[in-house]
Design a protein around this ligand. Structure first.
Ligand code: ASP
Length: 543
């Protein structure tokens, strides 16, 4: 009913209630601000010291970089200047190998086969879904914006590209899963190289019969009348770098076996638990150095980067398109997925990951960021260690949403600048190969650019056109690495929520041994004990 003056009484009430609410909140906020003591401020600063230092490092790095650009440093000077940043990269990479092995072994050994099987399935489903969503976003965005209008003739080119066939790249991926030598897997990956082989082809009999009739000795004629042919053949080769995929496969299998060995496997479990704990303590030390390292990494890159003048209109549009795609995936899709499954505020969760995200931005490497991602997830977001140890190393190795989105988008961009019309089948091929290429890409700077060759060859696009996008790749790589780390971390949060029942059951089973172990007062704790005694399950920050 409306009043005679036309006003709805309900809307008046609502307005009043709203005003009351605002007043109440303002009063509460005022009280809160008034009650803030020096200690509270100090406590807040200490709690968030890492993030504050890291953000400061980024800001100072950007300012420093732009201030130093006019001095036109030589390549040698830039390398000297970036040295503190290079040190951070080296320190983080130093920890990656023992961290992957120890966390995966303890992560799988702490669960029974059924629980780890289920958790593994959830992880795979999550990785596949998010990667496919990322690829679809990349394709839709590049088709809508169409950054590749015009020709490629006056576009800037940079660097050169090694060719590889899609089939060989795929086989290399599988070969790397099973390294024949574990020690070698710590510093080398298998990679197919190409060589040329000469071989003789016999001339067909009808041709030879004419010639042979002239020459008496038939066998001699057959010998001389052969043609030499050349063919390109795949030969075994190697590239430097940790074979993370091989170590992941080995560590998971090893952890499962140790878990099944019960009493007999206990010494090994203790060993890897202790190793993991020691590595995490080293990570805690390195985290203090990270802000300084990130500052120099960013400043060094800004000093080193080419003048933006080389970036033509198409490349600029392409950069904007990739940024939009990554932002949609990182700021809308992933948080929404987290909210829909976990029903908690995704921004609180993402807030806890800030340091890892900034490190990813600074290092361009999801594998080097892994130690910091562990710290952020376990300490800031309280994710169960059995989940992080199981899910994070696998995620950092095979789950790269940002890279998948980028590869599909870049391939279609290259098709556009070549005026190459892609049919639906070819777009599907690009989606599948972009997904495979993101799985195969290592978590190191610009690895996505190397695996892009597979996507391009699968639909017959010229691989040398990758040189068209190299100029901006260093920058886009940082953004896609950040998206990759975010995807892995949100995945850990979602899988923890979905696996809460298995974890509870396991906690109940472990109950007795936990008490026994605690009584023994070991210098380190088994992960299942820490979860039991230190952190209540599901202790993530509530909305
Ligand atoms: N740099 C990325 C990462 O480490 C991989 C890529 O080049 O896309 O996650």
């Amino acid at each position: 009913m409306t009043k005679s003056n036309g006003e709805d009484p309900r809307s008046g009430n609502r307005m009043e209630r709203f005003q009351q609410g605002v007043r109440k909140r303002t009063l509460l906020a005022k009280k809160k601000v008034q009650s803030i003591t020096k200690d509270d401020v100090k406590g807040y600063l200490v709690r968030n010291a890492f993030v504050l230092f890291t953000v400061t490092g980024v800001i100072v790095g950007i300012i420093l970089g732009f201030c130093l650009r006019p001095y036109k440093m030589t390549y040698r000077e830039v390398k000297y200047f970036s040295f503190p940043g290079e040190l951070l990269m080296r320190m983080l990479q130093m920890l990656v190998l023992p961290l992957i092995v120890s966390s995966l072994v303890t992560g799988t050994a702490a669960l029974d086969n059924k629980a780890s099987g289920r958790m593994g399935m959830r992880a795979i489903v999550y990785y596949m879904c998010t990667t496919i969503i990322a690829v679809i976003i990349g394709i839709i965005i590049v088709v809508i914006i169409h950054p590749g209008k015009g020709t490629k003739e006056n576009m800037h080119r940079e660097g050169k590209i090694m060719k590889v066939t899609a089939a060989d790249a795929f086989l290399d991926l599988i070969r790397n899963m099973f390294p024949p030598n574990l020690v070698e897997a710590c510093f080398k990956q298998f990679k197919t190289n190409y060589d040329k082989r000469m071989f003789r082809v016999a001339i067909p009999p009808n041709e030879t019969s004419v010639v042979a009739s002239v020459i008496n000795n038939v066998s001699e004629a057959m010998e001389t009348l052969t043609r030499m042919k050349e063919e390109v053949i795949p030969v075994p080769g190697a590239v430097n770098g940790v074979n993370a995929l091989g170590l992941v496969v080995f560590s998971i299998s090893f952890g499962l076996v140790i878990g099944n060995m019960k009493e007999q496997g206990q010494p090994l479990r203790h060993f890897f638990d202790s190793l993991n704990e020691a590595i995490m303590r080293l990570v805690a030390l390195i985290m203090w150095y990270a802000p300084l390292g990130i500052m120099f990494l960013i400043a060094g890159k800004i000093v080193e980067m080419e003048d933006m003048g080389v970036i033509g209109g198409q490349l600029a549009m392409y950069t904007v398109t990739v940024i939009i795609g990554l932002l949609i995936h990182a700021l809308i899709v992933l948080p929404l997925l987290y909210f829909l499954v976990v029903r908690k505020n995704p921004w609180v969760f993402i807030g806890g990951l800030l340091q890892a995200l900034i490190t990813a931005l600074g290092t361009s490497s999801s594998s080097a960021t892994l130690p910091i991602t562990f710290k952020c997830l376990e300490e800031n977001n309280g994710v169960d260690k059995r989940i992080t140890r199981f899910v994070l190393p696998v995620g950092a190795t095979i789950n790269m949403d940002g890279t998948a989105l980028y590869e599909a988008l870049a391939a279609i961009f290259i098709a556009q600048v070549n005026n190459f019309e892609l049919n639906f089948g070819q777009i599907i091929t690009i989606s599948i190969t972009a997904t495979a290429a993101s799985i195969g890409a290592a978590g190191i700077p610009q690895a996505g650019l190397v695996t892009m060759v597979i996507v391009l060859t699968s639909v017959g696009l010229p691989t040398e056109d990758i040189t068209l996008i190299i100029a901006v790749d260093w920058f886009l790589d940082r953004l896609r690495t950040t998206t990759n780390v975010l995807g892995d971390s949100i995945g850990a949060g979602i899988i923890e929520h979905l696996s809460r029942n298995e974890l509870k059951i396991r906690d109940a089973e472990m109950g007795n041994s936990v008490i026994e172990e605690n009584e023994m007062k070991k210098p380190y704790q088994l992960i299942s004990q820490e979860n039991e005694s230190v952190k209540p399950l599901d202790s993530e920050t509530k909305m």
